[in-house]
Write a protein that binds this ligand. Sequence first.
Ligand SMILES: Cc1cc2nc3c(=O)[nH]c(=O)nc-3n(C[C@H](O)[C@H](O)[C@H](O)COP(=O)(O)OP(=O)(O)OC[C@H]3O[C@@H](n4cnc5c(N)ncnc54)[C@H](O)[C@@H]3O)c2cc1C
Length: 506
Amino acid sequence: MTKKQRKTAVNADIVLIGAGIMSATLGVLLKQLMPEAKIQILERLDEVAAESSAAWNNAGTGHSALCELNYTPQNSNGSISIDKALHIAESFEVSKQFWASLVEMGLISMPDKFIHSIPHMSLVVGENNVSFLKKRYDAMQQSHLFQGMVYSENFDKIKEWVPLIMDGRNKEEKIAATRIDIGTDVNFGALTRAMLHYLSSQDGVEMRLAHEVQDIQKDEDGRWEIEVKNLTTRRKKVITANFVFIGAGGGSLLLLEKSGIPEAKGFGGFPVSGQWLKCVNPEVIKEHHAKVYGKAAIGAPPMSVPHLDTRFIDGKKALLFGPYAGFSTKFLKNGSYLDLATSIKIGNIRPMIAAGLDNIALTRYLINEVRQSPEDRIKTLQYYVPTAKMEDWELEYAGQRVQVIKKDEEHGGKLEFGTEVVTNAEGSLSALLGASPGASTAVSIMLDVLSKCFPKQMKQKEWKTKLQALIPSYGHSLAKDAELTAKMRARSAAILELNEKEEISI
Ligand SMILES: Cc1cc2nc3c(=O)[nH]c(=O)nc-3n(C[C@H](O)[C@H](O)[C@H](O)COP(=O)(O)OP(=O)(O)OC[C@H]3O[C@@H](n4cnc5c(N)ncnc54)[C@H](O)[C@@H]3O)c2cc1C
């Protein structure tokens, strides 16, 4: 830091980089736990929640493993593992409890702006897939977290649930579906805006939009110096802090590398872009009322599982199909084509090359997906909606995901599809990499960040009591307690007004 920068530096306790759902969630948690803390929120765009957390940039599925088949993999002996599904279902309940508490405490309002009930369904075609779905259903019946799920192979029953998918379909086709009514659609963009609106009205919190973080260094006193450029005035400023959270979405890897923490060594990123088909015919939108997840094509990555989704965005019902995953070298939708090249450093070149070589087929698949013509995309849609017409659907660009590449003893490097919290040994800097299951589990991920960065306080009664006020089941396992799950679900549903929304306009 130059002398001039030292003079004009802003001193904060906490810096949150990025104004997406992750920083918003952590910011609200920290403000409740440390009301006196001085928090700076830095966002490069001139609005909040405009990258992955924006409504049309993600699918808005309240991921709770009620319909996503990739959360219940089949073991080599043919049995179905539901461990991941249990973890995700429980994490989503934690998120709902937290959002409900924010509404109850008056910190955010109008839950119908960000969450709606919608049945979650899985639907598969063909003998093997039907057998998989039946086994999955049977395995899930073992847990109260999936209570209420029903299974059918009956054409007419499934048609009653999803007429749009069954119209024009061959009755002889082997088809099966599960359905559960407690699913949700979440507008993560609206939720993020609501949380950040509350946060920025609090004493000691300052949000700077159009401010891009360009460097992160430790000063000689052990504090973090964050160099930030005001993109409007083009002036640079330094903000110092004891704790930094890099919640920059796809941009997190590049900033983590700048921090120079040894724990960042070996991490790389594999960018995956996405597109949706968005329905523009109100009559078609009206005909569908569910989130219906299918099975990914062989060789396709888990994030390209096709789904036909009812959405509730800005007071309107909408319908999307996708995603059509693709390859792009950008790490953010509003990023640079140089992002991938810039991210390659001496510390991660080996894992990047190893993961790249192991995933040539995946890269080829993604490049082919990008090259699809409108006719190809409609053909894929017609597998789910046989009567789909080109003129009823238009292309929409989804957010960018950066999948995590990690060091691996055996292969040198491997590609992962989950999220990874990378924290330095002293817990003064933490970054979130990866994108799945994503926004739905933001609260549990941020509790993990708090445990890693504030371990002492997390064990103290004061923080535990505050966390229990925000998340009533905090400290208890929902997966092991059916009664507590039912109680928590009823509380969240009542406060978030789930199952009692009026029909929304189209
Ligand atoms: C196609 C797709 C579908 C998805 N579907 C779902 C779903 O159905 N359900 C679900 O739960 N999750 C889903 N996700 C995942 C979910 O969207 C993300 O996990 C979540 O939005 C990530 O939030 P974030 O705050 O980490 O990142 P973001 O929302 O991307 O926010 C990061 C912010 O950091 C800013 N930033 C970046 N670099 C800098 C810098 N140098 N300086 C300052 N600011 C910076 C960016 O501009 C951005 O505003 C999906 C994601 C995608 C891409």
